[in-house]
Design a protein around this ligand. Structure first.
Ligand code: ATP
Ligand code: MG
Length: 580
């Protein structure tokens, strides 16, 4: 990693989210390459990127980084970004994934207009490219079995050996390849390989397979094809067909770049895309492997791809994260050339920062404890006023009902309070948010000794907003028992107990690190009646608790369900402060 990249990483970390997206955008090594290409007139000064997901799973937050990068560059340079499905692997792909990917990219705030493409749309043209290679003596049909091929390939230290089929004539290769296409051979019986260099230090150049026989139904091309191109062949050529100028991918493809270039150089393509690699995003306490995420879904460790604990875009959307916060996060982590792990606390910090600005404040009691105000008239109901969001001058105020019977949080009362417990305890006073100061007189218990209600007095001289001089240390959230509505609230923790879920003793796997507390469902929570008007996906700050959102799937006005998005405790802000 060069120094300037390091310097850049620091810069991006400090740039905070702001209204002016353009102004805060910092430079990165990819943009430097693009700027240089523009300066030298490469590609006629054109910039054209693409996001190329394989529709074999739902997108995750790592893909979000790639989406923000590719579409972000297009937006910044006033150019275009294509959405292309890299659908060359029919047995693993599905239309469900194609649809979810489009939904997720749109949700992140990006548009591809009519530029949605599929590698499968190029199958005919790719096939023709393969014949061109054969005719030029640069590709051959090989009969080695997969095991033999592995054996012939050699190792990092030893060169490979040439396949006995390497020197077949052009005619024989063409005939065999056409028969492969016609379905005359069994799966795996033959392959088409590029004829490059079996002694290359780069194993990718040791006559890589470019077509395989696979008699599988494809979600778009049906049964038209029984041979499918390999990624390494399809990808650069799809880029070239679409006129992509900068093909941005993750670091694991660095060693594939010479092969990428080989195909571009050896085929009659109209444009010459350039592959640029950047470090993939890794996040603590979660996973980015599609295979493992699929396993969690299939084995029902989670409720689906959109389980709010999943790092999928569908999951974080349902959890209550906003596209703005994801874009801000992607901007802050920047792009680097060396792999690293980003602290989940930074992502949560970005989410909090945005929600703090937009989320309406509401009161919700997660574990209700009844409070009876003995000196408050039984039939009286007062309408008090409270702010919807002190951070947003346009959010206005709302009315909340106050009455003789209220609910407060069970944890906000202690019969025997420890020192510095500034909440409610026998003989102790607290303020109820936007209401009055109350004092605990008495604790009522059932036969088993459990507390069933707290009896208090309220001080009518201390109504909020009337300039009452009396101050107490604690302020609690509350709801009026008669007016509150019942809700189900789902609390979430990290899906994994360890920062690196793959860190396991021998004989175990990442699933042994699953956090059994990652989901806690609370029923019978008492929430403000104003929340009845919430719509699925609406976001709120429940005072003193955190940010919550009405569940996209399960919320109804009759049975409100809220997901905890993130608590109020910002561990990242602390980390940042220490670093200053
Ligand atoms: P696989 O290819 O094994 O199915 P993948 O995660 O690479 O998994 P793709 O659908 O090929 O999935 O990814 C689409 C694009 O997203 C690629 O350009 C890839 O490099 C990029 N990408 C995938 N994972 C990450 C990540 N963690 N961080 C940044 N970019 C990523
Ligand atoms: Mg991939």
């Amino acid at each position: 990693m060069s120094n300037d990249i390091n310097a850049h990483a620091d810069d991006t970390r400090k740039s905070s989210s702001g209204e002016d997206e353009g102004a805060k955008r910092s430079s990165n090594f990819i943009k430097e390459i693009i700027n240089e290409d523009i300066r030298t007139g490469k590609n006629g000064g054109r910039v054209h990127t693409r996001f190329p997901p394989e529709p074999n799973g739902y997108l995750h937050i790592g893909h979000a980084k790639s989406i923000c990068l590719n579409f972000g560059i297009a937006a910044e340079y006033g150019s275009l970004c294509n959405l292309r499905f890299d659908d060359t692997n029919p047995t693993k792909e599905d239309i469900e994934y194609v649809e979810s990917i489009q939904e997720d990219v749109r949700w992140l705030g990006f548009e591809w207009d009519d530029r949605i493409y599929y590698a499968s749309d190029y199958f005919e043209q790719l096939y023709e490219f393969a014949e061109i290679l054969i005719k030029a003596g640069k590709a051959y049909v090989c009969d080695l079995s997969p095991e033999q091929m592995r054996e012939y390939r050699g190792t990092l230290k030893e060169p490979g050996r040439e396949s006995p089929y390497r020197n077949r004539s052009v005619e024989e290769n063409l005939t065999l390849f056409r028969k492969m296409r016609a379905g005359e051979f069994q799966d795996g019986a033959r392959t088409l390989r590029a004829k490059i260099d079996m002694s290359s230090g780069n194993i990718n150049l040791r006559d890589p397979v470019i077509y395989r026989i696979q008699k599988a139904h494809h979600h778009r091309t049906g049964d038209t094809w029984c041979i499918y191109p390999m990624y390494d062949f399809a990808h650069p050529l799809s880029d070239a067909i679409e006129g992509i100028t900068h093909s941005i991918c993750t670091l694991e493809f660095e060693n594939n770049r010479p092969l990428y270039d080989w195909f571009i150089e050896n085929l009659p393509v109209k444009t010459r895309p350039r592959q640029i690699e950047f470090a993939r995003l890794n996040l603590t306490y979660t996973l980015m492997s599609k295979r493992k995420l699929l396993e969690l879904v299939q084995k029902k460790y989670v409720s689906g791809w959109d389980d709010p604990r999943m790092p999928t875009i569908a999951g974080i959307r349902r959890r209550g994260y906003t596209p703005e916060s994801i874009r801000d996060f992607a901007e802050r982590i920047g792009v680097a050339k060396a792999d690293s792990v980003v602290d989940m606390a930074l992502l949560e910090h970005c989410v909090r920062e945005h929600l703090n600005k937009i989320a309406l404040r509401r009161m919700a009691v997660l574990k209700p404890l009844k409070v009876v105000l003995v000196n408050y008239p039984e039939d009286r109901i007062e309408e008090l006023e409270t702010e919807n969001n002190p951070e947003d001058p346009n959010a206005g105020k709302r009315k909340i009902q106050f009455s003789r019977e209220l609910f407060i949080e069970e944890d906000d009362f202690r019969e025997k309070p420890p020192k510095k417990f500034f909440r409610l305890a026998p003989g102790q006073e607290v303020r109820l948010k936007s209401a009055y100061i109350i004092k605990c007189l008495e604790v009522v218990k059932d036969e088993s000794g459990s507390i069933i209600e707290i009896r208090c007095t309220y001080d009518p001289e201390t109504k909020s907003g009337t300039g009452s001089a009396r101050k107490v240390k604690g302020t609690l959230h509350w709801v009026s028992a008669h007016h509150a509505i019942d809700a189900e609230i789902r609390l979430y923790e990290n899906l994994f107990l360890k920062a690196d879920p793959d860190d396991v003793p021998e004989g175990c796997d990442y699933k042994d690190n699953l956090n059994p507390q990652s989901l806690v469902v609370l029923k019978g929570c008492k929430i403000e009646p104003a929340l009845r008007e919430a719509k699925p996906g609406d976001k709120f700050q429940f005072l003193r608790q955190g940010y919550f959102c009405a569940d996209l799937k399960d919320f109804t006005p009759e049975y409100p369900v809220f997901n905890m998005t993130v608590s109020l405790k910002d561990t990242w802000a602390k980390i940042e402060k220490k670093g200053d």
